[in-house]
Design a protein around this ligand. Structure first.
Ligand code: NDP
Length: 332
């Protein structure tokens, strides 16, 4: 499969180009940026033959099968719609769009065109998350009572740009990290948050956007989920816990871009370290995407997953802004 990258981004440089090239037969053949100089420099650094600022040039190239969109968030919707109109499969970064309605329109357009559309929720590609999901589905902790997600990080200096000061580009910790946590809870528990209450704050980095959020979600089963995201916590660590009637799962250090961390099951039988595969998260996501394009499965997180995680994240922001409980509007 031949890929066009839309966005001369950090995430593509650090993870996704390598993950594409790890797939048998996959190549990156285009790099599109908003700036010709940056496109040229990025393409040279990463060995990409075609580059420029003209999205149509890449989309009209019949050699291109799929696009990976990793621009700032306000650009995802128009770029995805253009790619779908050109008949390309799409792997789009989270948050899919600036509104749930736009995200749903992207996904509907891809479905109508018979194209694969995936959301790059990498965490559900990790061996640790998949192992925890299997433990729960296998009944190892009984009935799930609650989940606690802790995902407060310290944004490194090179990423302290639009994320902390540009609301128009989709900045803020809620579209950046809460959206991932929403997908994690949906994936691990296999159900959709119904209502949320929340508070948010600017605690040292956010300029006109929140850099921290805490929220509580109710699930259809009656389980409660609490979630904490931040850009300003240097030493908090990350992870999640799931507590059930027959056991608790402690997953430490697993909300990262790398296959690290530890999973432990605690029950009446004692404490048990849970082994999990340590494959690269992004490579797994690209493998799942490729299989979907070949008609052999579905992406790790499809377009509807991206719409739903966005709906939860924006419900958290609306709850924090209004001070009132929000019913999550999945736009369906
Ligand atoms: P970056 O800030 O690195 O890149 C976003 C855009 O900023 C690029 O498309 C580029 O624009 C522009 N840009 C990048 N570097 C420079 C520079 N030095 N000078 C001027 N402009 C620059 O963002 P990220 O890679 O962190 O995030 C991109 C997207 O990916 C976001 O939607 C984010 O939410 C998502 N993301 C997802 C992750 C995941 O694991 N799923 C992890 C990290 C991010 P242009 O293309 O016009 O050149």
């Amino acid at each position: 499969m031949k890929w066009a990258l839309i966005g001369a981004s950090t995430i593509a440089a650090q993870y996704v180009i390598r993950a594409i090239r790890a797939q048998s037969g996959d190549e990156v053949v285009w790099l599109i940026s908003g700036d010709a100089g940056r496109a040229a420099a990025y393409a040279a650094e990463h060995g990409i033959v075609n580059h420029g600022t003209d999205l149509d040039a890449a989309l009209s190239d019949p050699a291109v099968d799929a696009v990976y969109i990793s621009t700032t968030n306000e650009k995802h919707f128009p770029q995805a719609m253009a790619a779908i109109a050109a008949g390309k499969h799409v792997l789009c970064e989270k948050p899919l769009a600036m509104t749930v309605d736009e995200a749903a329109r992207m996904v509907a357009a891809a479905e109508a065109a018979g194209l694969v559309f995936a959301t790059n929720h990498h965490l559900r590609c990790s061996g640790s998350h998949r192992a925890v999901r299997d433990l729960i589905a296998g009944g190892r902790i009984g009935r799930v009572l609650s989940m606690r997600l802790f995902h407060a990080v310290h944004l490194p200096p090179h990423l302290q740009g639009w994320r902390i000061n540009d609301a128009a580009a989709g900045g803020g910790v809620i579209p950046d990290i809460t959206v991932h946590d929403a997908d994690v809870a949906r994936f691990i528990l296999g159900e959709e948050p119904e209502t949320v209450v929340a508070q948010m704050a600017a605690s040292g980095m956010g300029q006109g956007v929140e850099d921290s959020a805490m929220s509580v979600w109710s699930m259809p089963s009656g389980a409660m989920v609490m979630s904490h995201e931040s850009f300003t916590h240097p030493f908090a660590g990350s992870g999640f816990e799931v507590h059930g009637t027959e056991g608790s799962i402690f997953a430490q250090g697993v909300m990262t871009q790398n296959p690290v961390g530890e999973v432990e099951l605690v029950s009446a039988a004692g404490r048990e370290a849970i082994p999990f595969p340590t494959h690269d998260l992004y490579t797994q996501g690209l493998a799942d995407f490729g299989a979907a394009v070949r008609g052999q499965g579905r992406p790790a997180a499809d377009g509807r997953d991206g719409v739903r995680s966005l709906a939860v994240a924006f419900a958290v922001r609306a709850a924090a802004q209004s001070g009132t409980r929000q019913i999550v509007n999945y736009g369906e």
